[in-house]
Design a binder for this molecule. Structure first.
Ligand SMILES: *Cc1c(COP(=O)(O)O)cnc(C)c1O
Length: 239
C-alpha cells in the first residue's frame, strides 16, 4: 500500500475514534484533504483510495491542479481555504465548489456576482473565517464582527452561507486550544440559532476547524469539516 492510501486510512481512523469518544457520528464529520504544495498526481492517488474532497490555499496553484484533473472534475469537490485577494475572486468563483476563508463583504459580493456568470455551476458554498487566537494574523474577522457579515452574506444570490471556519494558533496548552475552539463553536451555535429563528435559514451547518495536529480536540468541540494536509500527504517544504 502506498503512503497516501495508508495515511488516509490512519487519519480516518483518528477521525472515527475522536467522533466516537465525543459521542458523535463519524459520518457527520467530513475529511478535507489539503493538497497545497503537492502535485496533481498525489491527488489522483488519494482519489484512487476513495477520497474526493480537496482543499487548496493558493489560487494559481489550485486552479492549475483543477485544470490538470479536469477529466475527474465530476467526482471531485474543491475547497478554497487560503487568503483571498479581490483580484483573484473570479478564478475562485469559476473553479471551486467551496470557499472557507471569507472575511470581508467586498470579497463575498464579488464572488456572488462572478459566480452568477456561471449559472450551470450553482451557488458557491461559503464559510466566514473567524480570527480567534492569531493576534498577528491578518486573516479572519474578530468574533464581534462575524454575525453582521454572516447576515449580509445570506442576502447574496449566488452564495450559500454554510458556516464558520477558524485556524486557532497552535498551542501546546491543550486547555487553551480547547477554549479557542469552544469559542468558535459558541459563536457558530449563536448565529445558527439566530438565523434559523429570524429567516428560516437552514443551510448553516458547517464548522470548519481542526488540522493534522488538533483534529481530535476540534471534533470534541463540534467540528464538521477537518482540514488535514501533512498527515495525509506528508511534510511540506513551504507552508
Ligand atoms: C495548510 C492548511 C491546513 C492543513 O494543515 P496541516 O497541519 O498540514 O494538516 C488546514 N487549513 C488551512 C487553512 C491550511 O492553510
Amino acid at each position: 500500500m502506498n503512503n497516501i492510501t495508508n495515511n488516509l486510512m490512519l487519519v480516518k481512523q483518528r477521525l472515527e475514534l475522536a467522533a466516537l469518544a465525543a459521542k458523535r457520528e463519524p459520518e457527520d464529520i467530513q475529511l478535507l484533504a489539503v493538497s497545497k504544495t503537492f502535485p496533481a498526481r498525489a491527488i489522483e492517488e488519494a482519489m484512487h483510495a476513495g477520497h474526493s474532497a480537496f482543499g487548496e490555499n493558493y489560487v494559481q496553484e489550485g486552479v492549475e491542479k483543477i485544470q490538470q484533473l479536469a477529466k475527474l472534475r465530476p467526482w471531485l469537490e474543491w475547497h478554497f481555504i487560503g487568503p483571498l485577494q479581490s483580484n483573484k475572486t473570479r478564478e475562485v468563483a469559476e473553479h471551486f465548489d467551496w470557499v472557507h476563508s471569507i472575511d470581508r463583504l467586498k470579497i463575498a459580493e464579488r464572488l456572488s456576482a462572478q459566480r452568477g456568470e456561471f449559472p450551470n455551476l450553482g451557488p458557491l458554498q461559503v464559510c466566514v473565517q473567524i480570527n480567534i487566537s492569531e493576534e498577528n494574523s491578518k486573516s479572519g474577522l474578530p468574533i464581534e464582527e462575524v454575525e453582521a457579515l454572516c447576515t449580509a452574506i445570506t442576502k447574496l444570490p449566488h452564495l450559500v452561507l454554510r458556516g464558520l471556519m477558524a485556524i486557532p494558533a497552535p498551542s501546546k496548552d491543550i486547555v487553551q486550544q480547547r477554549q479557542a475552539l469552544a469559542a468558535v463553536r459558541e459563536c457558530f451555535i449563536g448565529i445558527k440559532t439566530m438565523h434559523i429563528a429570524d429567516f428560516g435559514y437552514d443551510f448553516f451547518d458547517t464548522l470548519s476547524m481542526g488540522m493534522s495536529d488538533d483534529l481530535e480536540v476540534a471534533i470534541t468541540e463540534g467540528s464538521t469539516i477537518v482540514r488535514v494536509g501533512s498527515a495525509i500527504f506528508g511534510k511540506r517544504d513551504k507552508v
